[in-house]
Design a protein around this ligand. Structure first.
Ligand code: SF4
Ligand code: SF4
Ligand code: SF4
Length: 378
């Protein structure tokens, strides 16, 4: 550990840690737009400049490693003026649409424009990027709001490993794009949406969120993703009884996934209020009639069961107790008549590891067969 002083407050930081991370960990807020704790610092936004005793010029704190005895000043007139100047430049190339912007209230650029009291730029305003791309069902890219922080590029490269997007063109024309500007579906994008979550402005937004409100209108509810046994923490932004979008929980040390998600957790929740969703056990009508659950006789049609197995007209709803009783009785009958190897058990990637362990134990020790498999192998 090394001891440093920031704004007259002495703190202990880990050797090798960046000055910005050390400050943020101790609740000392240094403005920043392109920094994220899980990404390699790029120093591109220059908002995190600080002055350090003994250094002739301000330095960017995200790219400066803590040194024992360092004395740092984060709020001098000089660095505050530098930040104001940087914000002035950002705003000169940004549509100030805050009143109609989905990101209003949760936008880092807006936060610092407010903090530095910049309502308009002192430079001539010219928008370098006016590219709106709606080429996939998951998220839209509206690059007029992009501030070139590069967080989307770095998360895609360093965390996801997809390398689907990068800076292209040069100078004022620079824009984020896929290779050769192909649609995202033709790139190596896996639609995890981590770039969307990490974007500090309105440049990247989930389709499900567009026009549905601002973050201060939503409730944020944490839960565990039900898609696989990893058990990622996912946070849903909800309005009334509707999910608006999903994202990874931020600043929660208890999560197994940090704040990032895969495509299923982030975008695969729309089944929740689909009318065709199964919410209770269903029993095929011929069996239900045989057991006296329905008075309506019914016969399995001659056409392929596989084609029609989800036809709702073939089933009647039953209680969980009935479904479990009938399943157990029928299973026992088959085992008694033909032996355990007449049974095959198929479990699910959506169960937890513990549930899958119990299932194979049940099949081997209870049913008496090794015929057990898992949908992930299908
Ligand atoms: S991205 Fe941020 S600063 Fe830009 S219009 Fe939207 S809320 Fe305002
Ligand atoms: S959705 Fe994921 S894979 Fe696609 S560009 Fe964004 S971070 Fe990369
Ligand atoms: S799209 Fe968002 S995250 Fe990517 S460079 Fe632009 S502002 Fe930064």
């Amino acid at each position: 550990m090394v001891k440093i002083t920031i704004d007259n407050q002495q703190i202990e930081a880990r050797a090798g840690q960046s000055l910005l991370d050390a400050a943020l960990e101790h609740g000392i807020d240094i403005p920043h737009l392109c920094h994220h704790k899980d990404l390699i610092p790029s120093g591109s936004c220059r908002m995190c400049v600080v002055e350090i005793d003994g250094m002739p010029n301000p330095v960017h704190s995200c790219g400066t490693t803590v040194q024992d005895g360092m004395v740092v000043h984060t709020k001098t007139d000089h660095v505050e003026n530098l930040r104001r100047h940087v914000m002035d430049l950002f705003i000169s190339d940004h549509p100030l649409d805050c009143v109609v912007c989905d990101k209003n209230g949760s936008c880092d650029l807006q936060k610092y424009a407010y903090q530095y009291n910049i309502s308009e730029s002192s430079f001539p305003v010219e928008l370098s990027r006016a590219k709106y791309i709606d080429d996939n069902p998951f998220y839209v890219r509206d690059y007029q709001y992009c501030i070139m922080c590069g967080k989307c590029v770095r998360v895609c490269d360093e965390v996801v490993g997809a390398g689907a997007i990068h800076f292209s063109e040069r100078g004022f024309e620079t824009v984020i794009s896929t290779a050769f500007d192909v649609p995202l579906a033709e790139s190596s994008c896996v639609f995890c949406g981590n770039c969307v979550q990490i974007c500090p402005t309105n440049a990247l937004q989930p389709v499900s969120r567009l026009g549905k409100g601002r973050d201060f209108e939503f409730e944020h509810k944490k839960t565990i993703c039900g898609y696989c046994g990893v058990g990622c923490t996912v946070e849903f932004a909800t309005k009334g009884d509707k999910i608006i979008y999903a994202h990874g929980a931020q600043n929660d040390p208890t999560t197994v996934n940090g704040e990032f998600l895969c495509v299923k957790g982030r975008f695969g929740w729309d089944f929740v209020d689909k009318p065709g969703r199964l919410t209770e056990p269903l029993m095929r009508k011929d069996l239900a009639y045989e057991l006296g659950i329905t008075a309506e006789p019914w016969q399995l049609p001659a056409e392929s069961v596989l084609e029609k197995e989800t036809d709702p007209n073939w089933f009647v709803p039953v209680s969980w107790d009935t479904a479990i009783d009938v399943t157990a009785t029928k299973l026992a009958e088959v085992i008694q008549k033909y032996g355990g190897d007449a049974v095959h058990g198929q479990t699910s990637a959506r169960c937890t590891n513990e549930e899958n362990y119990l299932f194979q134990k049940f099949m081997r020790a209870g049913v008496g067969t090794n015929n057990v498999d898992h949908c992930a192998r299908l």
